[in-house]
Design a protein around this ligand. Structure first.
Ligand code: NAP
Length: 287
């Protein structure tokens, strides 16, 4: 069992840090809004610290799940950032979805300070974080990854090293590109079925077991049919992710025509006031 710090107790981080504590790790949490850290300590075995630097002091592993590139930079190298107190050889594991550019920059800064940085974005959503089965795609050095993998096992269904620093974030971009087009297709099919007067649940029971089946269809069709979107993976975060995908595509010369279109559709949902709604709210534009 390890001495672990966890930075960022949002929808994802709160339950992930809880799994680490449940496995017997010695966990110290930090959250920008202290009330969430207090709520975490009331529910789990562990302590909380007032800054990333204080949480990271003496930890063998520092895990983070914050918002975007700037947020990650702040908790790593900003005032009271974790890098300032981490011991030589300690491992920083980043579960935030960010760009490969900031990842490689922070990994370089970590290496210069004698620290290790692994990018480890996750897929599986709120339910995955709460129940344990997240998919984790990592970038970094194989020996460093081998040290971190048993810790991440507390909340992973599958955890793999994809390649060198940044490769985990590039894999997560592929994940989001898959979801964007798929979510629009699922939205169109369900809205089409409703206009045609079909019982959507009955149809999905059949087609989900054929070639059209997907995680989104299995886990989201019921709430999409009922117009319930107050949960899950926020549209604001999806637009952040699709922005990263589109910028990266420009850099590497890849083409993402459907992803670019769906990104604009998500902008419509934001303008409808749905920025914090689950990504399945894409169907709202069609009703
Ligand atoms: P969230 O609920 O909004 O939580 C974000 C967390 O980051 C909060 O604890 C927030 O603190 C903290 N934070 C943000 N900016 C910060 C800063 N500058 N300094 C310190 N702390 C900061 O988000 P989430 O849904 O857990 O998502 C977190 C990350 O995981 C995002 O990159 C997202 O894209 C990714 N992700 C999310 C899901 C999902 O289904 N939700 C799935 C896969 C990946 P406060 O409490 O003070 O706001």
């Amino acid at each position: 069992m390890a001495k672990v710090a966890f930075l960022g107790l949002g929808v994802m981080g709160f339950p992930m840090a809880g799994h680490l504590a449940a496995k017997g790790n010695d966990v110290t949490v930090y959250n920008r809004t202290p009330a969430k850290a207090e709520a975490w300590v009331a529910r789990h075995k562990g302590t909380f610290a007032a800054t990333p630097a204080k949480a990271a002091k003496g930890a063998e592993f520092v895990m983070a799940c914050v918002g975007n590139d700037d947020d990650l930079r702040q908790v790593c190298t900003g005032p009271d950032g974790a890098f300032s107190t981490m011991s030589p050889g300690a491992v920083f594991v980043d579960h935030t979805t960010v760009s490969a550019t900031i990842t490689r920059k922070l990994a370089g800064q970590a290496a210069a300070a004698g620290l290790v940085f692994i990018d480890a974005p996750v897929s599986g959503g709120q339910a995955g974080a709460e129940n344990g089965p997240l998919s984790i795609m990592c970038g970094g050095d194989p020996a460093d990854y081998a040290r971190a993998e048993p810790v991440m096992a507390a909340y992973a269904r599958i955890c793999r090293l994809i390649g060198s620093s940044g490769a985990g974030q590039l894999a997560k971009m592929m994940n989001q590109i898959c979801i964007a087009g798929l979510m629009q297709g699922l939205s169109e099919a369900l809205a089409f079925g409703q206009k045609a007067g079909l019982d959507g649940e009955k149809v999905v029971e059949v087609i989900s077991q054929g070639a059209a089946g997907s995680w989104q269809m299995a886990n989201r069709h019921k709430t999409m049919l009922k117009d319930e979107f107050e949960f899950g993976f926020a549209v604001d975060w999806m637009r952040k992710d699709l922005g990263i995908c589109l910028d990266t595509a420009d850099d590497i010369g890849a083409r993402l025509p459907v992803t670019a279109l769906v990104d604009q559709f998500y902008k419509d949902v934001q303008l409808m006031g749905g920025g914090r709604n689950d990504t399945s709210s894409l169907i709202r534009r069609l009703k």
